[in-house]
Design a protein around this ligand. Structure first.
Ligand code: 4AD
Ligand code: MG
Length: 458
């Protein structure tokens, strides 16, 4: 007999006879001659109500069932007399697959996010994290669908790389050298596994550029690693990034794509993850629907970095960090622009070149680069991208200014020698997207197994 998912049963148009359901007991309520078993199988937020009558041969065993126990139920799907549910199952057999002891740590009361993070196997069984990880999986699928519909091809960029795309030095080294061999010893690398310095990727962009300059429109979507020692609510050491790269596309086309992607993701969760999303608007962020509707309906404001700095300076706000030309925008600045000043997502572009990486295209003013960051309320920066420097001499000069070892990037420079064209792309933090979509304030709570400075479990 084939197992049916609760999600499919609850969507049924008609009663069904003899279905098999497997899941975990959430609660048991007994009356004189029968018990209600609320069974959840993780396919949807709703539980299936199972009616177990005292005529069942193992009814005595069922009256001892504890929360968390695993069950296999066979029975008929019938209209439910109970409030708030259309269907229930009248059991003809209930098999106890595994009886959970009374020490099961998830009790009816609400647990803190911190506590749940410490119990790997039970966190996803709570309503909140069940919903979160279903939304996470479904949104990942929607990202692939979006790019496929727009004619992009998925590139598997390497996780172990020999380059530092962002030039920020926030690299995790990959080595098989014995402890004690120092990282600074260049000779050591020749004896290392790859015969060269290797690290976990901080961005798939450089690989994506190579493929975009051959296939046209591509994107990467995979794990990304940064040894950035910032213990904030929006930084993780391991996160996922979505990085489209487009040949024959300038900065404004790049902004259009970023805006279209974010709007589509907001539309997607509201339309296609409604049952799970409801939990977040009820218990996590009462303003969630308004925020998401705003993202879908409002055109994203587009302003130059200099205008953004001027607005911040004129604001009369006391910021912890100064807003000043030549300094990067801080989260507090990003939030002021999106939440107070414009009350909408904002794309800030044309940043001073000294605060941006070597690969961004130098503008005609010689001072700024064709960078763009998409900022959204609460989260701040969700996308960072740019038009790439396609002119060989200028790129070489920028690498010099940024102190980049050219020898290691000849392969990259070659792409500017043979058929170089205007091209652009961006990176969207997948976890930041999920934070925006669910209203969850801490990046740790949108990741099944978070990794942050000083904290690695499981
Ligand atoms: O702005 P970033 O550093 O841009 C790049 O890496 C480019 N190479 C991308 C490209 O053009 N292909 O990172 C892009 C996005 C950020 O806007 C943010 O959403 C996310 O990645 N991000 C992080 N998310 C979680 N934890 C971290 N430590 C993150 N660092 C960046
Ligand atoms: Mg950035």
């Amino acid at each position: 007999m084939k197992r049916t998912k609760v999600n499919d049963l609850l969507a049924s148009d008609s009663p069904l006879s003899q279905v098999l359901v497997k899941g975990w007991l959430r609660t048991r309520r007994d009356s004189k001659t029968f018990s209600f078993l609320e069974v959840n199988d993780g396919s949807c937020p709703a539980n299936l109500q199972v009616v177990a009558n005292d005529t069942l041969p193992n009814y005595e065993e069922l009256r001892k069932l504890t929360t968390g126990s695993a069950l296999a139920v066979v029975g008929d799907l019938v209209a439910s007399g109970g409030k708030g549910q259309r269907w229930e199952v009248t059991a003809s057999a209930v098999e106890v697959l595994s009886l959970a002891p009374e020490t099961y740590p998830l009790q009816k009361k609400r647990h803190t996010d911190e506590y749940l993070r410490s119990i790997a196997h039970l966190r996803p069984r709570t309503n909140k994290y069940g919903a979160m990880f279903r939304i996470r999986a479904d949104t990942a699928w929607a990202i692939h669908r979006f790019f496929r519909q727009h004619g992009f091809r998925w590139l598997h960029s390497p996780i172990i790389t020999a380059s530092d795309c962002e030039g920020a030095g926030e690299l995790f080294r990959v080595t098989t050298l014995p402890p004690g061999v120092t990282a600074g010893d260049e000779n050591a690398f020749s004896q290392d596994f790859f015969g060269a310095r290797a690290n976990l990727t901080v961005s798939g962009q450089l690989s994506a550029e190579m493929l975009a300059l051959a296939l046209g429109d591509v994107y990467t979507f995979g794990p990304t690693f940064r040894a950035e020692n910032s213990n904030t609510r929006r930084h993780a050491a391991e996160f996922w990034m979505v990085e489209p790269e487009m040949a024959f596309c300038d900065l404004s086309g790049n902004m259009d794509l970023g805006e279209a992607l974010i709007k589509e993701m907001a539309r997607f969760v509201m339309a296609e993850c409604a049952a799970d999303l409801e939990l977040f608007s009820r218990f996590v962020d009462p303003g969630l629907t308004t925020t998401l509707t705003g993202i879908i309906e409002k055109a994203f404001v587009r302003i130059r970095y200099t205008e953004a700095v001027a607005i911040l300076q004129r604001s009369g706000q006391e910021f912890g960090f100064p807003a000043q030309y030549g300094l990067d925008l801080q989260t507090e600045h990003e939030r002021y622009l999106t939440e107070v000043h414009f009350r909408a997502p904002v794309i800030v572009y044309d940043y001073p070149k000294q605060i941006k990486p070597f690969y961004m295209r130098v503008n005609d003013d010689g001072q700024t680069v064709a960078a763009m960051d998409v900022l959204v309320p609460v989260i701040g920066e969700i996308i960072g991208g740019s038009q790439r420097e396609e002119r060989l001499e200028i790129l070489e000069a920028r690498m010099g200014e940024c102190g980049i070892d050219r020898a290691a990037y000849e392969w990259y420079l070659d792409s500017r020698r043979y058929g170089s064209v205007v091209h652009s792309g961006f990176g969207m933090g997948f976890e930041r997207l999920l934070m925006m979509l669910t209203g969850v304030a801490n990046i740790r709570d949108v990741i099944p197994f978070p990794r942050t400075p000083g904290d690695i479990m499981f």
